[in-house]
Design a protein around this ligand. Structure first.
Ligand code: HEC
Length: 161
């Protein structure tokens, strides 16, 4: 009897520990689905229309300015002629954060890197925190100014061209 109680207790403890973690991933996956609409589930994008997040997102977000850029693109959108891996894009990405909290956005970005850009993750890549996203998103820019921010980023880090 006692043994059963202990087993039940352990099961309950295990459940309450893992449930929030699972819910978190589910939420992140749900939020990331808005990006998937254009950048596709595998993050490859569509050449000439939607640039890839695969082999890109983690490298972009591996410096202070790059992290500012990525957060601003999510909150403020992006437009202007850009080039990724020799392919040109002149589309418009509308702002995406709308109804999301800073926690939602940090979870979404970490989820995106861990699913579509796992292999592109530079060593020592640091996941986004809720606080970082809250701070960085105070400057969200607009699609045009974020295009200029991208130019500055690529001047500073030509390896991202
Ligand atoms: C409606 C389509 C659409 C959706 C939805 C969308 N994007 Fe984009 N995204 C684009 C387009 C188009 C561009 C390129 C804009 C340009 O040509 O200037 C882009 C560019 C980007 C870039 C810049 C890439 C680089 O190399 O500089 C990042 C980062 C990005 N998107 C992340 C996201 C994330 C994260 C989400 C979800 C929160 C998302 N996008 C949702 C269309 C979209």
């Amino acid at each position: 009897m006692r043994k059963h109680l202990i087993t039940a207790g352990l099961l309950l403890a295990g459940f309450s520990l893992s449930a929030p973690l699972l819910a978190n991933t589910d939420q992140a996956e749900k939020h990331f689905s808005r990006c998937v609409a254009c950048h596709l589930a595998d993050g490859q994008g569509i050449p000439g229309a939607f640039p890839p997040l695969k082999n890109r997102l983690a490298k972009l977000s591996n410096s202070e300015l790059g992290r500012q850029y990525v957060v601003q693109v999510v909150y403020g959108g992006l437009m202007g002629l850009i080039s990724v891996g020799g392919q040109n894009y002149s589309g418009v990405m509308p702002a995406q954060a709308g109804d999301l909290t800073a926690k939602d956005v940090s979870d979404l970005l970490n989820y995106a890197v861990d699913t579509v850009d796992k292999e592109g993750k530079p060593e020592g890549w640091v996941p986004f925190s809720e606080k970082e996203v809250a701070d960085l998103s105070k400057h969200k820019g607009n699609p045009m100014s974020n295009g200029s921010l991208r130019k500055r980023l690529l001047e500073k880090q030509p390896e991202l061209k």
